[in-house]
Design a protein around this ligand. Structure first.
Ligand code: NDP
Length: 371
């Protein structure tokens, strides 16, 4: 297919009424935008997280569920009825590429198992659609590079489904860290884990299969730990040391790690320690700075979050993270502006490079330099 420039592409698709908005600076609160049109979103893969996303989209001001891509006819029938999706906007994994002819879809949200992210982001981009991809962006950093390159070539925008980038407690810890409100942050701890090997656990689910998931809790949950440390410091890690945790259920964790702990080393000298786990519950963030500290717990799940600093309690409205994420992304796309770098595929690629390095360090028991 002939490649088109972004400008040509955006000119061709009829999204939004161009509205003058400016992008929120890093850490700033969100802009408001007057826009009566909505972004037409097609959800690809109608699983558990698609359910959360659809629920969030029900209250969205700037998006509508306009299309569905699924391999399960029964789900499609149910979802199409519930969200009033016309049959010409419904695809399966075989005829998905036909979406190129559908002017009523602006964006494809890829909510598939990790190993399928790359293929479906590339197919959506080649069909001229903007894309949001769930975390982790792909199975490795090299695949991320390919995905970014195709989106660039096709003139479409690629966003990560990073729900916490729009969440008030996270915007606040980012501000506290980057603006050095308590001085230089020296130590961080950010961990997320759930016990998943309970009685009803299915060892055949895709998350337990390395070819589909790429790994265990690091691939699934680790990105939130990595992300929070990166954006609180506003720095990129230069090296990592990592250790696999004990495997408490050899049958269930046959292909992926049960838990993993790592230490990221940053240019300022700050060190971040994190664990992501499938055999222990944990959900917290802590930062110790020269003149105080701040923390969230719960910190990285869907909320409601709780937070405090060494000066007092942090208190923000409890929001629907999925609604907020989608509305903030949609406002930018509807206004035909460029997504800020910290929510694009570039950001997913940076996290994936770190994840690759964490696995390498855990396997080799050596410090790994992150290039
Ligand atoms: P699910 O297993 O619940 O859903 C995945 C869906 O993908 C399935 O329901 C199915 O939908 C489709 N699918 C297509 N091929 C396959 C296949 N071979 N095996 C399994 N499913 C297939 O996964 P989740 O919804 O929990 O996770 C999906 C993505 O979302 C993952 O990348 C995950 O990391 C991410 N996620 C993000 C979260 C966040 O907080 N941001 C939270 C949870 C997940 P259909 O029947 O319609 O074809």
């Amino acid at each position: 297919m002939k490649s088109v420039s972004r400008r040509e592409f955006l000119g061709k698709i009829g999204i939004g009424t161009a509205t003058a908005i400016t992008f929120p600076a890093l850490g700033a609160r969100f802009q408001t935008v007057e826009n009566t049109q909505k972004l037409n979103v097609a959800l690809c893969g109608l699983g558990r997280y698609a359910d959360f996303m659809a629920y969030g989209l029900e209250s969205s001001k700037y998006c509508r569920i306009a299309g569905l891509i699924s391999g399960t006819a029964t789900k499609v029938a149910e979802w199409a009825k519930k969200y009033d999706v016309p049959k010409e906007n419904i695809y399966n994994y075989q005829n998905f590429d036909q979406i190129i002819h559908n002017k009523n879809i602006d964006l494809v949200y890829v909510l598939l198992p990790n190993a399928m992210h790359k293929e479906y982001v590339i197919r959506a981009a080649k069909a001229g659609k903007h894309v949001i991809v769930e975390k982790p962006m792909a199975l490795n950093a090299k695949d991320c590079e390919e995905m970014i390159a195709v989106c660039q070539e096709m003139g479409v925008q690629l966003a990560m489904g990073y729900r916490l980038h729009f969440e008030p407690y996270h915007l606040e810890i980012k501000r506290l860290g980057q603006e050095k409100i308590f001085g230089q942050v020296r130590l961080l701890e950010a961990s997320l884990g759930y016990k998943t090997d309970g009685l009803n656990a299915d060892p055949n689910e895709w998350r337990m299969k390395k070819t589909m998931s790429g790994g265990g809790p690091l691939m699934n949950l680790g990105v939130y730990c990595i992300q929070s440390c990166r954006y609180v410091l506003g720095e990129e890690p230069i090296s990592v040391t990592a250790q696999f945790g004990p495997n408490t259920n050899l049958q269930y964790f046959a292909e992926v790690e049960a838990s993993i702990t790592w230490q990221l080393h940053f240019p300022s000298g700050a060190v971040a320690t994190s664990t992501s786990s499938y055999n222990a519950g944990i959900d917290r963030f802590y930062a110790s700075a020269d003149e105080g500290n701040f923390e969230l717990s719960p910190a990285l799940s869907y909320g409601p979050f709780k937070g405090r600093t060494s000066k007092g309690v942090l208190s923000f409205a409890d929001i629907n993270q999925q609604t907020q994420q989608m509305d903030e992304i949609a406002k930018v796309l509807l206004a035909r502006q460029t997504l800020p770098a910290h929510i694009t595929g570039e950001e997913g690629w940076k996290d994936m490079k770190i994840i690759d390095a964490i696995y390498k360090s855990a396997k080799t028991s050596k410090r790994v330099i992150i290039k």
